[in-house]
Design a protein around this ligand. Structure first.
Ligand code: XMP
Length: 319
């Protein structure tokens, strides 16, 4: 793509001009926006960039390893892998209110990010994958300064607090353009085309109390479900698909025995922007096959349901 090729060169020139020989910190979430920003900035300034990846223990199966492998091993980007699972999961013990979950995670995220960022001596800039729609949104909703931190990144107010200047190389781009730039930078298609994943992660897909045991079950069920969707060639038709583990155990039979395990709900929606959504019309055959696979392959689940609620009145996530 020649346009993106030119954009890439221009963006690199601007980053170098803005940053000079100073150090930059970038919060890496594993999402497309922060990843593209990180790879672009790394291309511009190399080891002056350090990424901080906070693992809050609410990521999907194998996700943390994938991020580390891709950014540290493949791109040779300096990366702090902050394994803070214990911290987050202990803080969430006994919490079942969705907003309290979000606030707990958001607050800890800022603390942890700040702690690790402070360990990078002499950093003067904070990089963010802010997109054009985020810029517009922050202006029209708050009426405040045009630079508002993308709430999804859960790092609100951080640059001011840390006395850092912002580097936002994606500020002029829409999502499609960020994806094109990501491809231009050599990020794999499978990564670029990934469904959105919320900052609070699996916490809001585990209604009620979050336990390590439930998260492990949820991760496995989700991996089987996504594998099914990919095998049937449906992944790119769907805006977002995931499993929620329900806070209820139900009775089942397996072999000669009675089981008493968790029920889960499969979610899949089509959408343009996440503001409204329709449930995805899977065939009964697909649903049946998927339920059988999940129950056979995931210990701890003995019942599978499909969520056929659209948005509105439902939300995409369960919390
Ligand atoms: P809902 O559930 O509100 O979701 O219909 C709309 C889109 O937003 C994502 N989402 C979040 N993303 N932090 C995030 O970063 C959050 O707290 C959060 N809640 C919802 C959701 O995954 C969907 O894409």
């Amino acid at each position: 793509d020649w346009t993106m090729g030119a954009y890439r060169e221009e963006a690199i020139r601007k980053i170098r001009e803005q940053v000079g020989d100073k150090k930059v910190i970038c919060g890496l979430s594993g999402g497309v926006d922060s990843s593209v920003a990180a790879v672009l900035i790394h291309e511009a300034i190399g080891d002056q960039l350090t990424c901080v990846f906070v693992d809050h223990g609410l990521l999907r199966l194998g996700e943390a390893e994938e991020v580390v492998t891709m950014f540290r091993d493949h791109y040779n980007i300096r990366l702090i892998h902050a394994d803070e699972q214990e911290l987050f999961l202990s803080a969430l013990e006994g919490v079942s209110d969705p907003e309290v979950k979000r606030k707990t995670i958001g607050k800890l995220f800022i603390d942890v990010f700040q702690k690790h960022a402070n360990s990078i001596e002499g950093a003067e800039f904070l990089a963010q994958g802010t997109l054009y729609p985020d810029v517009i949104e922050s202006v029209s909703f708050s009426g405040g300064p045009s630079v508002t931190i993308k709430s999804h990144h859960n790092v609100g107010g951080l640059p001011e607090k840390m006395g850092l200047k912002l580097v936002e190389p994606l500020r002029e781009l829409f999502k499609d353009e960020v994806r094109a730039l990501g491809r231009e930078l050599g990020l794999p298609d499978s990564f670029i085309g990934r469904h959105p994943f919320p900052g609070p992660g699996l916490a809001i897909r585990c209604p009620g109390e979050i336990t390590r045991a439930k998260l492990d079950i949820l991760r496995k069920a989700d991996a089987v479900y996504i594998d099914q969707i990919r095998r049937h060639g449906l992944y790119d038709e769907i805006w977002q698909a995931f499993v929620a583990i329900l806070p209820v155990r139900t009775v089942g039979v397996m072999g000669d025995g009675r089981t008493y395990d968790y029920a889960c709900a499969l979610r899949a929606v089509t959408s343009v922007d996440g503001m409204t959504a329709d449930y995805y019309p899977f065939t009964h055959e697909f649903l049946g096959e998927t339920a059988t696979r999940i129950i056979n392959e995931v210990e701890g689940i003995n019942r599978v349901t499909y969520d056929i609620t659209s948005k509105p009145p439902g939300t995409i996530e369960w919390e």
